[in-house]
Design a protein around this ligand. Structure first.
Ligand code: NAD
Length: 345
């Protein structure tokens, strides 16, 4: 295979990020776009791509090597099934599906057809996160005991002009927390149970604006995430990491991973350890583990091309993406019932 020809289905906010990322990824090109919205015409023209209003017409006419699905959540599985039935590998945006039932449909169809599915948990392709995962796995922190993730940001009022974002299908748990859950699973380990409280005290929408989450990991560590889309704060991965060029980069740390031998803060990748005797009366020193910056969306596309060539297995398979979705949906259940929800193994 020479250059991998990808089609983009859904040319909204993240679809445009994929178009930019493809432009800086060697060996891949976007051959066409499908989007029924008339506003997509300007985007297709700006990037010099052919536009189809219907994704099935695109699939049949263009026969792409792979497809990026960047549609609203409820369309991920129906569109992915159309690709899988034609034998076309997909990079489907997160969440893999809007329900666990839909996720299972895709999982079964892809397995039967032998077509790879990559879920767009782009943070797994971030060099900072990959370095953090290696440090944890190599034991640089000793035994992981506690993790704290801050996902505290202020979405501007205009963000909520789109009606669904104020409904039960919107809110920071389903839109944003899923990234934290996937990152925790990837870096720190599998989640076994979830407790949560949510609040809509500030925005007063039907959906939460703030949440506090307690997670127990399979390796025995405990993790907390505090989440709010109404907090004027520099402490979230989104603004601290610089992943999005449209957000103001704060350079603050948002994630704190603590073990028996040391602790790591992210995204700065600062490793704190005792150089000599251990204990809170002793000096504990910081060392930078920083890595060269990279674009996780471009790295994700490089990986997708390798998945299409069957050279690499999907870093986030449909099964893996389903586990992240299950843990995220469990947060909603835990907050609703006030009970701790245990996840199926
Ligand atoms: N990984 C990330 O960093 C990230 C960031 C933002 C959004 N997302 C995910 O990407 C998806 C899209 O989010 P967004 O913010 O870009 O939404 P958006 O509303 O900006 O864009 C969605 C696009 O899909 C198009 N669309 C609707 N129906 C379609 C159809 N039948 N065929 C083709 N196109 C269709 C819409 O016209 C729109 O242009 C969501 O699932 C979201 O969770 C991922």
């Amino acid at each position: 295979m020479g250059t991998i020809r990808l089609a983009l289905i859904g040319a909204g906010g993240i679809g445009r990020a994929h178009l930019h990322a493809a432009a800086e990824t060697p060996g891949v090109s976007i051959c066409a776009i499908a989007d029924p919205n008339p506003a997509a015409r300007a985007i297709a023209d700006a990037f010099g791509k052919k536009l189809y209003p219907d994704h099935r017409a695109l699939l049949d006419a263009e026969q792409p090597d792979g497809v990026i699905i960047a549609t609203p959540n409820a369309l991920h599985v129906p569109v992915a099934l159309d690709c899988v039935s034609r034998g076309v590998p997909v990079l489907v945006e997160k969440p893999v599906a809007d329900t666990m039932e839909a996720a299972r449909l895709l999982l079964d169809a892809a397995r039967k057809a032998g077509v790879p599915v990559l879920v767009g948990h782009h943070r797994r392709h971030n060099r900072i996160i990959r370095r953090a995962r290696r440090l944890v796995q190599e034991g640089a922190l000793g035994r992981l005991v506690a993790v704290s993730a801050l996902a505290l940001f202020l979405k501007p009022d205009g963000y909520f002009d789109v009606a669904w974002r104020k409904s039960a299908a919107g809110g920071p748990v389903l839109i944003n927390l899923i990234h934290e859950i996937d990152m925790l699973r990837f870096v720190c380990g599998e989640i076994v149970s979830v407790g949560a409280a949510t609040s809509n005290e500030v925005r007063r929408f039907a959906v939460e604006d703030t949440a506090s989450i307690i997670l127990r990991l399979e390796n025995g560590a405990l993790a907390t995430v505090i989440l709010s889309d109404t907090a004027a704060s520099p402490w979230s991965w989104d603004v601290a990491s610089g992943e999005s060029s449209t957000l103001y980069k704060t350079n603050a740390d948002s994630h704190f991973l603590c073990g028996t031998e040391g602790s790591l803060t992210l995204p700065s990748l600062t490793l704190w350890r005792y150089p000599g005797a251990r204990g809170w009366g002793q000096p504990i020193l910081a060392e930078s583990m920083a890595v060269a910056p990279g674009n996780p969306y471009a790295e994700q596309l490089r990986h997708f091309a390798a998945v299409i060539r069957r050279e690499e297995a999907p870093l986030t398979s449909a099964d893996d993406g389903s586990r992240t979705l299950a843990a995220t949906l469990a947060v909603k259940r835990a907050a609703g019932s006030g009970e701790i929800v245990t996840l199926a193994g």
